[in-house]
Ligand binder design. Sequence first.
Ligand code: ADP
Length: 160
Amino acid sequence: MRRAVFPGSFDPITKGHLDIIKRASKIFDEVIVAVLINPDKKGLFTIEERVELIKKVIKDIENVRVESFHGLLVNYMKQREAQVIIKGLRAVADFEYELQMALMNKKLDPEVETVFMMTSAKYSYLSSSSIKQVVTFGGCIDELVPDEIIPDIMGKISEK
Ligand code: ADP
């Protein structure tokens, strides 16, 4: 059983994330999307809300599920008996940070491999934070996030 974990903040999930999830689901037997609980960082959506949004988006992909986790990723991987961390790479800027994290995780647990997947060109400019900016200032996010969660995002922004 090859089980992979795709960790991140997913505040909120974007079409860029979903693209990586779908591609990874074809390579691994099971993919767990893992929402990192970071008490120091207050996001737009609560952790529970992010998990719910991801659930809506992955509901038709059989071998993908979502959970939240806190603490060290390598410890969570052990608990879940997962061997592979999946990361998406958009630009050179992602690389430096991701290389450092991959090497640190390797040091903490030599059994764990990090596998990098290149962004699809059409999503290479997408990030959760840019989506939040666009929607805050009234821009259209139709092409950027999965259709089924657009009302949730619009609703959240209007609450603020
Ligand atoms: P962000 O807030 O920058 O979108 P996350 O922490 O939610 O980042 O990202 C989780 C993972 O998804 C990271 O590995 C990140 O590199 C990857 N990712 C985010 N957006 C994209 C995209 N458009 N294409 C490919 N990978 C992406």
